[in-house]
Design a protein around this ligand. Structure first.
Ligand code: SAH
Length: 226
């Protein structure tokens, strides 16, 4: 069984979107993973398929109704569905590479995309949704955040990335940012590739890269270091 994603959204046309191209698109075509985008509006109320209403207590904007979203979730997820149920939300736990690895190692994921001011708190509790944020800024909807989560997971699925080695050395994997990369030409606009990288001494190169990783992490993201 392949890794499967089910996305609950008011804009199913946004999927697979960019995930239909490149590595993730190839992997989708090869059935390494599957994606179902379900329209919350199919469970909307009345002739206009209403999904939202004004916030209790007043204030601007609209809130997605608990009953409508729950009906969409219950129709889309079986009782025996073991996939984590994420709600994209700026209030959520910030997404980390460690969480991405866990999600990629599991059966897949169900993702709810908010819109407007968000969703009624009771459906978060009642359907045990795990709020996940992709960073401290506000998007207009959860769809792009869901695409980010899926992209990060799918590239880790076995057979998606070209080289198995690729991915273990990257930023965040050892609580370090990555060392600098260079490729041909050897000199460009008066800038040379560091000699050590052309020395052929693999132990020295590994040491240099580790030191560069440390230097860059200290300068840019000291919070990552233990
Ligand atoms: N009123 C909310 C923001 C709503 S933004 C607040 O102040 O917290 C509309 C929707 O976009 C959210 O329901 C969520 O699904 C999505 N969204 C916005 N920013 C996000 C972020 N940083 N990470 C994940 N999802 C986000």
């Amino acid at each position: 069984m392949s890794w499967s994603a089910t996305v609950f959204t008011l804009y199913p046309d946004m999927f697979p979107g960019p995930l239909g191209t490149s590595l993730s698109g190839d992997a989708l075509a090869r059935n390494i993973w599957s994606l179902e985008a379900r329209n919350i509006r199919e469970h909307g109320l009345g002739r206009h398929r209403t999904v939202d209403d004004s916030p209790a207590g007043g204030g601007p904007g609209m809130v997605i109704r608990a009953d409508v979203l729950a009906a969409a979730l219950d129709a889309g997820l079986g009782a025996d569905d073991l996939r984590p149920r994420l709600l994209m939300s700026p209030r959520g736990k910030p997404l980390t590479q460690a969480r991405v690895r866990e999600l990629a190692a599991g059966p897949g994921v169900a993702i709810v995309c908010g819109r407007f001011e968000g969703v009624d708190e009771r459906v978060i509790e009642g359907r045990a949704l795990e709020e996940v944020s992709i960073g401290d800024y506000i998007l207009s909807g959860g769809e792009m955040a869901a695409l980010v989560v899926l992209d990060a997971c799918v590239r880790l699925l076995p057979g998606v990335m070209g080289k198995e080695a690729s991915g273990t050395d990257e930023s965040f994997e050892n609580n370090l940012l990555e060392y600098p990369h260079y490729t041909r030409p050897r000199e460009w606009e008066g800038r040379a590739i560091p000699d050590i990288l052309l020395s052929g001494d693999h132990a020295k190169i590994a040491r240099w890269r580790h030191e560069e990783s440390l230097r860059i992490t200290r300068a840019r993201r000291p919070d990552l270091l233990p």
